[in-house]
Design a protein around this ligand. Structure first.
Ligand SMILES: *Cc1c(COP(=O)(O)O)cnc(C)c1O
Length: 356
């Protein structure tokens, strides 16, 4: 039984061209310094150019890239402002507190995004309470809210509020590529105004692993020092930089297909099964959040029953399951998922008739 694994877009595997690049790189002698390798240098230069920043630095994970940004922008005991369910506040909470020594002022945004009005309120409050806020963290697309894109114009307004107070803006753009595909714009348009941006090379683009942190030359000099502190000066890294370079060059334009597939899956599920619902306002990119509307089924049970049929999803709390679309998921896989849901639908009715 072949699995359809929709647990995360980090599962998007490398293309044959990326694998070729890895093999070719493995055959040539390695280089010594962390920024010496030709593929690493090319990857850093192309990322900086793609995002319109002065410089870029290659990281093993986006978590480490985010934390390095925090450590450059903040001093221990400082506050950052971040959306309640953002990756930095929620999934990196232990690193944000324990590694970067930064406290988070959490604000629950609109579909995952902090509005300029909310930001102004929390900035006023932090001044009243003598908190030192040194950074605002933005996340585009917002993972937990279902891959939602920041509304146009918000980042600019947030930027002017932050500039006036000398507060840095970091953009966690693990899925910036998806945001750009949705907004039909150049990714650099979504970075403008931020002091730093982290992007994943793995999610959406399908590089085997890796992330980039981008910003000014001075910022990257500091980030490079912090990366070393965190044990992230990985080398020789050519074997991972080479496929990442292919990913960056070839995979951006196909992301719209993932979004179309996600919408197709969501639409089919919502129209066929009255026991679930989907908020189409937040189904913008590649993440489908399915909400359960029946007492006969909770997220843990649905996850288990789907896995028995070879479909892997993630439960979010008791009421939601998350299905993530990426390059390896096409019509065949989506067909399998729909069949599995229909199968469950039938047993739901049978259970219901049996009075259970
Ligand atoms: C996945 C993710 C990260 C972390 O990426 P890793 O490479 O797994 O550390 C950071 N931010 C967001 C929004 C993510 O979705």
């Amino acid at each position: 039984m072949s699995l359809v694994d929709l647990r995360s877009d980090l599962l998007a595997g490398p293309t044959p061209e990326m694998i070729e690049a890895m093999i070719a790189t493995a055959r040539v002698p390695s280089s010594y310094g962390p920024r010496e390798d030709q593929h690493v240098r090319e990857l850093e230069a192309l990322t900086a150019q793609t995002l319109g920043t002065e410089d870029a630095l290659f990281f093993p994970t986006c978590t480490m890239a985010n934390q390095a940004a925090l450590m450059v922008h903040c001093r221990p005991g400082d506050f950052i402002i971040a959306e309640t369910e953002s990756h930095v506040a929620e999934f990196e909470a232990a690193s944000t507190a324990g590694v970067s020594n930064v406290a988070v002022l959490r604000v629950t945004g609109v579909h995952g995004h902090l509005s300029p009005v909310q930001l102004a309120e929390v900035l006023d409050r932090s001044e009243d309470e003598a908190m030192r806020v040194s950074m605002v963290s933005l996340e585009n697309t917002h993972n937990r809210a279902g891959g939602t894109v920041m509304p146009e114009g918000w980042q600019q307004q947030i930027e002017s509020a932050c500039r006036a107070r000398g507060i840095a803006i970091h953009l966690d753009g693990a899925r910036l590529w998806n945001a750009a595909a949705y907004a039909k714009c150049d990714p650099l348009a979504l970075v403008r105004g931020a002091d730093s941006v982290a992007v994943s090379l793995n999610k959406a683009l399908g590089a085997p692993l890796g992330a980039m942190l981008c910003g000014s030359k001075a910022f990257i000099r500091n980030a490079s020092r912090v990366r070393q502190m965190l044990g992230g000066n990985w080398r020789p890294a050519g074997i991972v930089a080479a496929p990442a370079l292919v990913a960056l060059k070839t995979m951006q334009k196909r992301i719209v297909d993932d979004h179309a597939n996600a919408r197709h899956l969501g639409t089919a599920l919502a129209s066929e099964h009255p026991w679930l619902s989907i908020d189409f306002d937040s189904l913008q990119t590649n993440i489908v959040l399915v909400k359960l509307r029946t007492k006969q089924m909770n997220a843990a049970r649905l996850t288990k029953r789907l896995s028995e049929m070879g479909v892997l999803v993630v439960a979010y709390g008791d009421q939601y399951v998350r299905l993530v679309i990426y390059s390896g998921i096409g019509q065949d896989q989506i067909g399998k998922v729909l069949t599995a849901f229909s199968e469950i639908s039938r047993t739901l009715t049978a259970d219901y008739l049996a009075g259970s």
